[in-house]
Design a protein around this ligand. Sequence first.
Ligand code: NAD
Ligand code: TYD
Length: 376
Amino acid sequence: MSSHRTTSDRRAPILVTGGAGFIGSNFVLEWLAAGKGPLVNLDKLTYAGNPENLASVEANSDYAFVQGDICDAALVARLMEEHRPRAVVHFAAESHVDRSILGPEAFLRTNIDGTFTLLQAARTYYGSLEGEEREGFRFLHVSTDEVYGTLAPEDPAFREETPYAPNSPYAASKAASDHLVRAWVHTYGLPAMITNCSNNYGPYQFPEKLIPLMIAHALKGKNLPVYGDGQQVRDWLYVVDHCRALMTVLERGRVGETYNVGGGNQRSNLEVVTTLCGLLDELVPESRFRPHFELVKFVEDRPGHDRRYAIDARKLESELGWRAQESFETGLRKTLEWYLGNAAWVEHVTSGSYQHWVKQNYDARTAAAVVAESAR
Ligand code: NAD
Ligand code: TYD
């Protein structure tokens, strides 16, 4: 890519961090499919980053991949200098709550230090811009609804004004990163925006998260480990709907604002697993593990487990005209069909160190047999 762009050059790239992860790779694919222009993807390729997700765009001249760490200040500064991005879309993070409980250090490093490093580089770079390039520059920070803490059953859904009350090391590290972004807007005038979204699901999600883990286990006839009583509620958002929301905010969002993104699909974990088992019974009729629901095993709960998340996305809907297009039922069916059609992908990502993670997270959990009976 040229480093000699003029201010009127509409083909300036965007710089995406963490684009080889679940949401990031869906975003990269959607962006390039929509012909939105060049994109540079900076990703460290941790266990969660998988270049295989982006094999279909490797040869696309609008796509460039850089393997590297967002905590590497010199690298991040050099990338901004060289590529002169018109925006930064920041996905890179350690993202799994259970991992944050067993080892919080990496979360503080990437989610807090990494965001700080990126903000500093963006600030210096923004300071060097003039005219249209300066006016158009945006920094979009992708965050989570988990920063708002937990809701009781009758509480209203999270709004952008809901006070922060993170409960897990993951949520605390993301909350800290949101606060840094906010401060860089107010103190240094960085034109940043924040999105806080609910639980995503869809293609390319690493099978450590609820839905792909249950699919991977069910297909092998392994136990489906439901934490506690399975009555925790999440608000499910199809990943492509989320990517569309991010593009909308990037194009039309107001600088300094936060936008909540949610699918409007509140479901208990047990409901999710039950629906998924029914779909598996239907789509894999030859399975010897039917009915798949019999594989459910209630196991010891996650410490500090948030009871309920729900997003009020009315600001994004009324201000920017975004709407989730996928219902939970259609999105889940698409997701399962994708996993069934991509068994090789699942095999690759679940070999090696993944097995170690499953042992570490699940072997120590004692079966919650009493809860299981009462919850059925
Ligand atoms: P993911 O774990 O699937 O992917 C994270 C990506 O970041 C990986 O490709 C990884 O290699 C990369 N990465 C990690 N540390 C890095 C570092 N130091 N430098 C460069 N790259 C690094 O995560 P995801 O589910 O795609 O989530 C993306 C973003 O969205 C995260 O910021 C997460 O907090 C947020 N989010 C996710 C969800 C969800 O349901 N998955 C919900 C709300 C918010
Ligand atoms: P997860 O996908 O880890 O997302 P998050 O913790 O960010 O919401 O978990 C979603 C819900 O599913 C959460 O309430 C924990 C629960 N869960 C299980 O019951 N069993 C599991 O094996 C996993 C991974 C999650």
